[in-house]
Design a protein around this ligand. Structure first.
Ligand code: MTE
Ligand code: MO
Length: 520
């Protein structure tokens, strides 16, 4: 390098870095703006984020998704942008010495972006390719202009102290150009995001839900204790947990959406949203849980679901005798599979269109999802359902199976202490309370143990169904001081939860929820 002065060298490198970051930002902003203009062009930022989720090891994706809940989705998008800007900055520095590097790296960006966008299901592939390739070309051009302007404004060290001359004008020109590119990046990104959000909000969430033919009981006093801190017996938005791999909640237009039944069937069936709504509807209280729910945690919820019996739709298609697995496929390609037997053994899975009397919220799978009582969500509860495929047990593994989770995954009997909470300082009487669930088996008994005292049986709420959790409560006589409290449930078949602690992976956590608290 002719640039031997460390100060000048660093400043020049820094300017080249800013140039690269701004150019990368502009390219990304243009892709986002294109996604805002056309629903057939997926957001490059979201698509790349989605690929990161897909290729990251199962434990990492699972941890990020379950531990961070939904917040990680924004974080992942921001992370994707930050990484792109950093790569842009590095590119700018290198390209200031080797100009050919700029177009090459931006070209590579374009290929990665296009691959991710096409993988996420671009409905306008040609427009997607053109938009992203143009965005990258504009980014490369912006970088070239910035580096040229920067070079013109650079002065040899001995001239730096001279009176303002042409170099200062060039410096202003460079800064002006840098500001313009950065502002363009910001405006394009924000405008694109806004357009994407506005379009998603314009899509009708649903017509009226039809009257169910089979209604469930309304929740009344015997179904739910009125105790502060105890989880409500029916959860809705925003408390019902959400777990999925979708970075952006899929926006499905019910006017064009269809549900296909394919694979080992006598005849393929394709239903529109209106077809589904015109079929006999039933209501059901079902508690669903995430397999990654640690003992005592909240990735579990109970709701009133409305929908069509899965068997009604399967009978339209005619299931072939050898079809041993039912695979639900989402509009975004996510899959979950469960034994065909689970559809016919009386647990009566639903193709759900309603949650707690409202059309299914987007986060929970609008326009339709599967709910299979007694199975963890990752093998059964496909949201944004687009296809039900009949296949054999060995022929296909759902999304999470190759990532180290069990293929057979019935929900384990579990109980949780909601109050007191860990570390509580209780003044006066101790009212312990919580929930317990064993979907399809029901809860026969919940017992609570204070320190090493004998187990005491808690009072249970009247179950809403065999598939729904129950609340439990018990007034505890605890002297002042610190205490340990444990809970265990016995299901309707007489089996009591095991004390043995097991991590969620591969088929669900076990162990007794245990807390510590003090009495004042
Ligand atoms: N399309 C799709 N459906 C999905 C998932 C997903 O990642 N994508 N995750 C499943 C998992 S792991 C669980 S636990 C449940 C959670 O449903 P909820 O978000 O409505 O609580 O959805 C299931 N359905
Ligand atoms: Mo899950």
């Amino acid at each position: 390098m002719s640039d031997t002065s460390p100060t000048i060298g660093t400043v020049a490198a820094r300017r080249a870095g800013w140039s690269g970051a701004a150019a990368a930002g502009l390219a990304l902003g243009i892709t986002e703006f294109a996604a805002g203009l056309s629903s057939g062009i997926p957001s490059a930022i979201s698509s790349i984020g989605g690929v990161i989720v897909d290729i990251s090891p199962g434990w990492l994706a699972r941890t990020a998704i379950s531990v961070l809940g939904t917040a990680d989705k924004g974080a992942l998008a921001i992370g994707t942008v930050v990484v792109a800007l950093v790569l842009g900055a590095v590119t700018g520095r290198v390209a200031s010495r080797r100009p050919w590097v700029g177009p090459v790296v931006f070209g590579a960006f374009a290929l990665v972006g296009i691959a991710a966008q096409l993988a996420s299901g671009a409905s306008a592939p040609a427009a997607t390719v053109i938009a992203t390739a143009s965005a990258a070309a504009i980014g490369a051009l912006a970088l070239r202009l910035l580096l040229d302007a920067d070079r013109r404004s650079s002065v040899p060290p001995e001239a730096a102290a001279a009176v303002p001359g042409p170099d200062v004008i060039e410096r202003r020109r460079f800064l002006g150009l840098l500001g313009t590119v950065a502002a363009g990046a910001l405006v394009a990104t924000i405008a694109g995001r806004q357009l994407i959000i506005r379009r998603s909000e314009a899509v009708r969430v649903s017509a009226e839900l039809p009257e169910p033919e089979i209604r469930v009981v309304e929740v009344s006093a015997e179904h739910a204790f009125d105790i502060p801190g105890l989880t409500p017996i029916v959860l809705g938005e925003p408390r019902f947990y959400r777990v999925d791999t979708a970075l952006v909640v899929p926006v499905v237009d019910p006017e064009t959406w269809t549900l296909k039944v394919t694979g080992m069937v006598d005849r393929e069936v394709e239903l529109t949203y209106d077809d589904l709504l015109s079929m006999p509807q039933i209501e059901r209280y079902v508690t669903i849980s995430c397999v990654s729910n640690p003992v005592g945690d909240t990735l579990v919820g109970n709701a009133k679901w409305q929908g069509v019996r899965l068997v009604d739709v399967l009978e339209m298609a005619g299931v072939q005798p050898d079809a041993s697995q039912i695979v639900g496929r989402s509009v975004d390609g996510w899959t979950a599979g469960f034994p065909t037997a689970a559809a016919f053994d009386g647990r009566d899975p639903l193709i759900v269109v309603g949650m707690n009397g409202e059309p299914l919220p987007r986060r929970h799978g609008f326009p339709a999802r599967l709910i299979v009582p007694g199975l963890y969500g990752y093998v059964s509860a496909t949201k944004w359902l687009s296809e039900i495929e009949l296949t054999t047990w060995d022929a296909f593994d759902g999304y999470w199976i190759p990532r180290g989770w069990a293929k057979q995954a019935p929900i384990k009997t579990q109980s949780r202490i909601d109050r007191p909470i860990f570390g509580d300082r209780v003044v006066g009487e101790v009212i312990a309370a919580g929930v317990a669930w064993a979907p399809t088996r029901g809860i026969a008994k919940v017992e609570v143990q204070l320190d090493d005292e004998p187990w005491q049986e808690a009072e249970l709420s009247e179950p809403l169904s065999e598939d729904a959790w129950v609340q439990w409560m018990l007034a505890i006589d605890a002297p002042p001081g610190s205490h340990r409290l444990r809970v265990r449930a016995t299901d309707g078949t007489g089996v009591t939860q095991t004390e043995r602690r097991q991590d969620p992976r591969p088929d669900g956590a076990t162990g007794w929820h245990t807390i510590e608290f003090t009495v004042a």
